[in-house]
Design a protein. Structure first.
Length: 226
């Protein structure tokens, strides 16, 4: 047999071993003849941008949830109520009002205010029979007008009987004006209510300057007393 046959090997050269340039290719490239594209990496600047955006979205979601929670609590919270057992009365405060610690006028046992704009105070009073309620309110109004308003002119703007939560009473309001250009007009309301124990409750409201909102707030506080 010719030696050239004995020197032949199988598989023939160039058919079994991969070519040097194919060694670095993935198996899919060697098997199917189509090089697999290398995975594309996201640029670092884009990664940082996405991370920052995700952080902002998360922070916004947290802030939004907290805001909704706070607003929900504020809407569901009942209005504040001042309870004055000495005067025998409790009264609900309008939005923006808060209870004070010490009344600025001697004898009053509770106070609430809307900043420096308006004030309502309460104190216990003497026994007053229903037929004498109006005259007692007139006397109280004159007293507090001279002590607190010192108006150059004082005009009575309201005077009528009331019944507040079943308690007979009387209310009277005045408006004080001043000749100087510094002091703006002031408003004062005095309400006297009878008490089941035989005494009475005096409620005094003041607004300076006089304006419709302060008047309405004072009247709402006194009308809801119980």
């Amino acid at each position: 047999m010719d030696d050239q046959w004995t020197r032949r090997v199988w598989p023939p050269e160039g058919h079994g071993e991969p070519a040097p340039q194919e060694e670095d290719l993935p198996p899919s490239a060697r098997w199917y003849g189509t090089p697999a594209p290398p995975p594309r990496r996201m640029p670092r600047w884009l990664q940082r941008l996405l991370v920052a955006a995700a952080a902002l979205v998360a922070a916004g979601a947290v802030i939004g949830a907290v805001t909704v929670t706070i607003l929900g609590r504020a809407e569901s919270a009942p209005p504040p109520v001042v309870s004055d057992p000495l005067a025998g009365v409790s009264y609900t405060l309008p939005p923006g009002w808060s209870e004070g610690v010490v009344a600025p006028v001697t004898g009053f046992t509770s106070v609430a205010a809307h900043g420096d704009l308006a004030t309502v105070m309460a104190r216990p009073g003497d026994r007053v029979d229903p037929p004498n309620l109006r005259s007692a309110v007139i006397d109280l109004g004159d007293l507090y007008t001279s002590l607190l308003l010192h108006g150059d002119t004082v005009e009575v703007v309201d005077d009528h009987a009331v019944t507040v939560n079943g308690r007979p009473g009387h209310t009277r309001a005045v408006r004080a004006a001043y000749r100087d250009v510094v002091n703006e007009p002031a408003f004062m309301r005095v309400t006297l209510l009878t008490r089941p124990d035989g005494g009475s409750t005096v409620m005094l409201g003041l607004a300076h300057p006089d304006d419709p909102r302060s008047r309405a707030d004072i009247e709402a506080v006194m009308a809801a007393a119980h």
